[in-house]
Design a protein around this ligand. Structure first.
Ligand code: HPA
Length: 268
């Protein structure tokens, strides 16, 4: 059973780092999800391409619940996600990595919880610290050891997409404290927490966001920067996997005990 998973975002469509890869299709109550499972230095690791093969799924149509439920069914405890982001912060330059530590949610109506009431129950999940600090710490150590420019922390603004933002939206996000903007961390990060998993995102800055640079934004530019840096991303992922074999010491799984307690109380 793989306890570790990588969710590859824009530009990261195949593991490339795993041996003996087998394709699995996991059927969940939310739909089906495709997962590649293989080995990295003897460790079993699951890989999922968030946007499907060849980037065929836009961010607002990704079945985040099926993806996270599938990883949970496979036994995954820790997820490292990659994400392409635009930068609102001039210190975070194209090609830089950002280990985001907070998000601002500007999505609109995506199914964002496993707890929709009824059978599933109602759960208000703590989101004070949305990304696992222990996992972020390992990623930071690995990136630092390679001498790469890595920003420790940053506020990820999740926009609905699939269009890029207006210059006014970016000005607003900046005033609210946003550092980078993307379209996928919510609800993926939230669902991972609801499932008791550790979750961290390695964001790669692919461009300055709309209006921050005078140039028009294109998806081609995002893909080009990602392609140039994808090898560095792979190196961070590989270095990190090797350090995640031990037991978890963070509080990311605490939610599961709370949910169990609520269930028991509901039955009494
Ligand atoms: N905005 C939203 N999502 C993105 C961007 C952007 O500028 N760049 C890469 N993903």
């Amino acid at each position: 059973m793989p306890k570790l998973a990588i969710i590859g975002g824009t530009g990261v469509y195949q593991p490339g780092i795993l041996d003996d890869v087998r394709e699995e299709v996991v059927t969940t109550k939310y739909g089906r999800a495709k997962v590649a499972v293989g080995f990295y230095e003897g460790l079993e690791v699951a890989f999922m391409a968030r946007h499907g093969a060849g980037h065929s799924l836009p961010p607002h149509l990704v079945n985040y619940r099926a993806n996270i439920a599938a990883l949970r069914e496979l036994g995954v405890e820790r997820v490292v996600a990659t994400a392409a982001v635009g930068s609102l912060n001039l210190d975070m330059k194209p090609g830089d990595f950002v280990l985001v530590d907070q998000f601002l949610d500007f999505t609109k109506g995506r199914p964002a919880t496993f707890y929709d009431g009824g059978e599933a129950g109602v759960v208000h999940c703590d989101m004070t610290v949305p990304y696992c600090p222990a996992l972020r710490e390992v990623l930071a150590r690995v990136a630092d050891s390679r001498g790469w420019k890595v920003h420790q922390g940053g506020v990820y603004v999740c926009a609905e997409g699939p269009r890029f933002e207006t210059a006014a939206e970016i000005r607003m996000f900046k005033q609210l404290g946003g550092d980078v903007v993307g379209m996928t961390s919510v609800p993926e990060c939230v669902l991972a927490r609801e499932a008791g998993m550790c979750y961290a995102t390695v964001a790669m800055v692919t461009n300055y966001a709309a209006g921050i640079s005078p140039a028009k934004l294109t998806h081609t530019e995002v893909l080009e920067i990602m392609a140039t840096n994808v090898q560095n991303m792979r190196t961070i992922l590989m270095g990190t996997l090797g350090l995640l074999a031990g037991p978890r010491e963070c509080g990311c799984a605490d939610i599961l005990q709370e949910i169990e307690k609520l269930r028991r109380q509901g039955k009494e």
